[in-house]
Write a protein that binds this ligand. Structure first.
Ligand code: NAP
Ligand code: MG
Length: 476
């Protein structure tokens, strides 16, 4: 598959290609150009050329085109979902959800295009002011592999609606669905050059986006380590950023919780997408009064999960996305075992056997009695491993969950409003769910505190991330 610059399919100036591997089978399912800084320069040139025409359209005209793109994607969702499963590994059902989620995001922002924008301010004898919200110009986006389609929507929809043009770099291990969607967006009538996609490595194409002087702002989703590096790089060239980084969301289950519902919440919250979700349940805190029965019920459900190739409709959990991720999770679990950092209740090792040997499959894992300083609690486990901590009271639970450097999401499972209030006020997080976890619809702001990032995506205010104000002061 080629990359897309100015509405055309192009190879890279590097003349090199990168393989895209199916993580369930180890087979090469496609190749994409290995983009470099020259390609980013060409993409920015095309985005700059497209900017005047795109930004001069009315917001409603841009909204109509976004809506049309969503309609075509809905018609083709099965084809895109299949591509996503094959490059990313997730079960087809989850890939289908994700493609529909992309459409929801486009439709949500398209719907905002009929809202009035801008403000008028009257200043008595001094005059009157008109505050316009202008697009920034060319914006960059860097996308990870875990939910490439949805995250593309989160960045592209508000930026394009606001009148910006874009250069987007997908992840090297899941670029195919993103490239396919860009073609559909062009087919919907969004002019050539408005959305350009350059595949290539983070170190080369990614850094070229950060440092290109004509790119006004970059929205990045990925790991904290890369986010930190990018922040320094962007600081040196005075570039504005939105950073959606890692998370280690706690799920707190109180003694009065609906246990059955909470067990299903933990199962989905941790093992959806093989645990590779920024807001996955990454630490489970269970009240001591129900801990034994809760963990028993959860273990039964975890052991019943059907793991395999996501194209098989029976499969509930696929492989990890790539070799690096597989080695990281295996390494963490080896160290947990060697250092006695916890008691493995189930799983704990790579999944082996016929049909699994060529893929990056890891067993769904529960770990109890976890040591306070274990990486399972202090870091971010981006895979199907759930550490469980038993707590005596909510005060202790809150102080334990807040030890994490992350602050993305958190959930509390209870029937007691006073507990809800306390968790909402005191837990470090950008979103607190009650009797639910993981759901992130486009209507609500998404983003975290502490090491989890800077800025917000989703919600109507995300458009502000892609505009600046310009004021006309009328002295009369
Ligand atoms: P990553 O290495 O940071 O990669 C994310 C993206 O950044 C990829 O497109 C990558 O390109 C690119 N990249 C890598 N190095 C770069 C550099 N020096 N300059 C510019 N771009 C660069 O992330 P990952 O390890 O693959 O993904 C897992 C992590 O992402 C987890 O920590 C997870 O929590 C986080 N995440 C957070 C959210 C959120 O919304 N908060 C969502 C999803 C994932 P290549 O693919 O070519 O390396
Ligand atoms: Mg990486």
């Amino acid at each position: 598959m080629y990359m897309r610059i100015n509405g055309a399919e192009v190879p890279s100036a590097s003349a090199k290609w990168r393989d895209v591997v199916n993580p369930a089978t180890g087979e090469v399912i496609g190749t994409v150009p290995d983009g470099i800084s020259e390609d980013i320069r060409a993409a920015v040139d095309s985005a700059e050329l497209a900017f005047p025409g795109w930004s001069e359209k009315t917001m409603r005209e841009r909204g109509v085109l976004l809506f049309r793109a969503a309609t075509i994607v809905r018609e083709e969702h099965k084809r895109i979902a299949r591509i996503l499963t094959m490059e990313q590994g997730k079960p087809l059902r989850e890939a289908t959800d994700e493609v529909r989620g992309f459409c929801n995001v486009l439709e949500f922002y398209a719907g905002l295009s009929s809202q009035p924008a801008g403000d008028a301010v009257r200043l008595g004898g001094q005059g009157d002011c008109m505050v316009m919200h202008e697009p920034l110009g060319v914006c960059g986006a860097i996308i990870p592999w875990n939910m490439p389609v949805l995250i593309m929507g989160w960045k592209v929809a508000p930026a394009l609606l606001a009148g910006n043009t874009m250069v987007v770099k997908p992840s090297s291990t899941a670029p195919l669905a993103v490239l396919s969607l860009a073609k559909i967006i062009e087919d919907a009538g969004i002019p050539p050059g408005v959305l350009n996609i350059v595949s290539g490595s983070g170190g080369s194409a990614g850094e070229a986006i950060i440092t290109h002087p004509s790119i006004q702002k970059v929205s990045f989703t990925g790991s904290c380590a890369t986010g930190c590096h990018i922040r320094k790089l962007a600081g040196s060239c005075n570039k504005d950023l939105v950073l959606e980084l890692g998370g280690s969301d706690p799920m707190i289950v109180m003694h009065d919780a609906d246990v059955q519902k909470a067990v299903e919440g933990a199962l989905r919250g941790r093992f959806y997408n093989a645990g590779q979700v920024c807001t996955a349940v990454k630490r489970l805190y269970v009240h001591q009064d129900i801990a034994e029965s809760f963990v028993h019920l959860l273990k039964v459900r975890v052991e019943s999960l059907h793991v395999g190739n996501g194209l098989d409709p029976q499969v509930e959990m696929g492989p990890l996305n790539n070799r690096q991720q597989y080695d990281t999770i295996s390494g963490i679990m080896n160290s947990v075992k060697e250092n006695g950092e916890g008691t493995i209740q189930t799983g704990g090792s790579p999944f082996k056997g016929e049909g699994y040997d060529n893929g990056y499959f890891f067993q769904p894992t529960l770990v109890g009695d976890v040591a306070d300083d274990s990486a399972l609690l202090t870091g971010e486990i981006f895979g199907p491993v759930l550490p469980i901590v038993v707590f005596p009271d909510i005060g202790t639970a809150i102080s334990q969950v807040n030890r994490s450097p992350y602050g993305l999401g958190a959930s509390v499972w209870t029937r007691d409003l006073a507990t809800v209030k306390r968790v909402f006020q005191d837990v470090h997080a950008g979103i607190v769910w009650v009797n639910r976890h993981l759901t992130v619809p486009p209507e609500i702001p998404f983003g975290g505190m502490k090491d989890s990032g800077v800025g917000r995506e989703n919600g109507y205010r995300a458009i502000d991330e892609y505009t600046r104000t310009k004021t006309l002061f009328l002295g009369w």
